[in-house]
Design a protein around this ligand. Structure first.
Ligand SMILES: Nc1ncnc2c1ncn2[C@@H]1O[C@H](COP(=O)(O)OP(=O)(O)OP(=O)(O)O)[C@@H](O)[C@H]1O
Length: 331
């Protein structure tokens, strides 16, 4: 279990982490999500005792990482996949780590196999792609067979096969009852891997919830296509709807998850005379009825769920949602 309690960390006048509290529980893959600069890496560094908090604490199994008797057997971490000696082979790098931490040589072969690097174990790390270095960093994190794993942006640089492999690995590690925390700034990527998400923005907790309920909390919009977009937009706005017209409505379609896009006739959106509207605060049937009474033809009326990426942007963006949503409302 990883616990972050009332953690505050400043770099000069920058507050990187601001009174942050959350717990990462065993048995589920937990995503640590936030835009660039949100404070994810700083929080992870604090968990590893590499930063001294201005306030609060970060604990692993109830203790500070530095005070653990066998730290890499308790928490395996990957912070920066590039921070390895390029002249060494993968096997030599892992063997050195194992030796210096009192871990048997058998584990080296096991994690090389587990990370898919057995075939390149005797190549110099300097020749590795970023994806292979990520695999090596994950192998190193697994070396001590730890009960908890913490990975900073491990999906970066992995190809689709690598991403599938990592998802499977993390799920099975969590399934064994381990604590698994991985950070990302990409919601859609993370959503396929993590069952639970901790979202931070500007160093503060924004959401601590299941991935499923995060998307559910955000009402979607209704995509309306019509030959009279301006007229219909006026009618809908007069009935309390929030309407985004033209390019912006099309943009919100492009922002949908690939699976959602597959279900929409997106190609037709470019058709010149028919305009697209993204409508909120009215249901599809209310929009249909208002269009009928205004004598406006409809080419399409499609309720859309918010994509996770959209939910994430709305949570962490500089919006009223972000500033006013009480934490409990999101939980
Ligand atoms: N060593 C440092 N010195 C000064 N400021 C720092 C330092 N490390 C991080 N920061 C600042 O602290 C804030 C949080 O950075 P951090 O790297 O933790 O964010 P992050 O969520 O991990 O972002 P990214 O996804 O870009 O890695 C940012 O404003 C960053 O500029």
């Amino acid at each position: 279990m990883i616990e972050v309690r009332d953690l505050t960390l400043r770099y000069g006048r920058t507050v990187a982490v601001d009174d942050l509290t959350f717990t990462v529980r065993p048995g589920v893959v937990t995503g640590f999500l936030g835009p660039n600069g949100a404070g994810k890496s700083t929080t992870m560094r604090a968990v590893l005792g590499l930063e001294v908090p201005d306030r609060g604490e970060a604990l692993v199994d109830g203790r500070a990482y530095a005070s653990l008797r066998r730290p890499i057997r308790t928490l395996g971490a990957l912070l920066d996949a590039g921070a390895v000696h390029g002249g060494r082979t993968a096997r030599a790098h892992l063997a050195w780590l194992a030796r210096s931490n009192g871990i048997g040589a058998g584990r080296v072969a096991a994690v090389l196999e587990q990370s898919g690097l057995a075939g390149v174990a005797d190549r110099r790390i300097g020749t590795f792609s970023l994806g292979m270095k990520q695999r090596l960093g994950i192998a190193a994190a697994l070396l001590g067979d730890p009960a908890a794993l913490m990975l900073d942006e491990p999906l970066n640089g992995l190809d689709p096969e690598g991403i599938r492999w990592l998802r499977g690995l993390l799920r099975s590690l969590a399934g064994e009852g381990r604590t698994v925390l991985l950070s990302s700034h990409l919601m859609n990527e993370l959503a396929l891997t993590a069952e639970h998400v901790i979202v931070i923005g500007r160093g503060r907790l924004v959401a601590d919830t299941s991935t499923e309920s995060l998307a559910g909390h955000f009402q979607g919009d209704v995509l309306v296509r019509t030959p009279s977009p301006e007229r219909l937009a006026d009618v809908l706005r007069a009935h309390g709807a929030t309407v985004v017209a033209g390019d912006d409505a099309a943009l919100s379609v492009r922002d949908l998850a690939a699976s959602d896009i597959g279900a929409l006739p997106v190609r037709d959106l470019a058709a010149s005379e028919i305009g697209a509207l993204s409508v909120r605060d009215l249901t599809a049937s209310e929009i249909g009825a208002l269009a009928l009474s205004a004598g406006v033809a409809l080419a399409e009326l499609t309720p859309r769920g918010a994509s996770l990426e959209e939910a994430f942007m709305r949570l962490t963006g500089d919006s009223t949602d972000y500033r006013t949503a009480p934490r409990e409302a999101v939980r």
